[in-house]
Write a protein that binds this ligand. Structure first.
Ligand SMILES: *[C@@H]1O[C@H](CO)[C@@H](O)[C@H](O)[C@H]1NC(C)=O
Ligand SMILES: *[C@@H]1O[C@H](CO)[C@@H](O)[C@H](O)[C@H]1NC(C)=O
Length: 227
């Protein structure tokens, strides 16, 4: 009796293993199907599914224009832009200046600078936000030496290598131009430490401002030598 049960159980497990293996192979050989109608010559872009997990084509569910217009009309965007504009006003920048914004995020500082009348503004960030911000590493800026009148490092406090971040900003600003960096709100002792990072600029001022809803300390430096 015991033996019979044992044999029956063994048979059952062999059967299960066979079924499981066959099912596995069946699933493995199946090509995934999507609900797209391949005969449709003009598929709707809003329901384009990735063909595989390696499909890196960007999938814009809304056009860039539409998405930007949506972002630019939010309250947080307009508040951020006006906070940057209020700060830039204190810098007395000429309309003909060439300005660089490093760590530009989604580009609200770029827009603020444009609104003040500065047309030539370049915004860079690790992740691009077209058309306002291009992709570049703040530690290795893709610009020649001394081509900007002003460079603003919006988030020095988030830089991986603050010395290198400051060095690159200083390198791209011409003699007589200004380097501006912002960090989390801090006192004179921290400001002293940041000043050490600058190798060829003179301290102009440091003050507390609210930028994009955050309490920040900005430091303004004037580039004195060209090497
Ligand atoms: C700079 O541009 C702004 C905005 O376009 C304008 O209002 C202002 O008059 C210009 N300033 C000078 C000095 O041209
Ligand atoms: C910024 O404000 C903080 C707190 O009020 C103060 O301790 C600090 O000294 C201020 N920093 C500057 C550069 O004015």
């Amino acid at each position: 009796m015991e033996n019979h049960v044992q044999i029956l159980l063994n048979k059952l497990s062999y059967a299960s293993i066979t079924v499981a293996t066959l099912t596995f192979f069946f699933l493995y050989l199946q090509t995934p199907e999507t609900c797209l109608d391949h005969s449709d010559s003009k598929p709707n872009p809003y329901i384009r599914f990735p063909t595989s997990t390696c499909d890196f084509n960007p999938r814009y569910y809304a056009s860039l224009d539409k998405r930007n217009r949506r972002i630019w009309s939010t309250k947080s965007w307009t508040t951020a832009v006006s906070s940057y504009a209020a700060f830039f006003k204190t810098l007395h920048i000429s309309n003909h200046s060439r300005a660089l914004i490093v760590s530009a995020g989604p580009g609200n500082a770029v827009v603020a600078m444009n609104e003040l009348g500065v047309a030539d503004v370049t915004g860079v960030e690790l992740v691009d936000s077209p058309p306002l911000v291009s992709r570049a590493d703040p530690h290795n800026l893709p610009f020649f030496d001394g081509i900007f009148d002003l460079a603003f490092g919006v988030y020095l406090d988030r830089a991986l290598f603050p010395g290198r971040y400051v060095g690159e900003i200083e390198r791209t600003v011409m003699r007589g131009g200004y380097c501006v960096v912002a960090v989390e709100e801090c006192g004179p002792r921290e400001v002293e430490k940041i000043l050490i990072l600058f190798k060829k600029s003179r301290f102009v001022r440091a003050n507390n401002v609210t930028l994009a809803g955050e309490f920040r300390t900005v430091i303004v430096m004037k580039v004195e030598s060209s090497t």
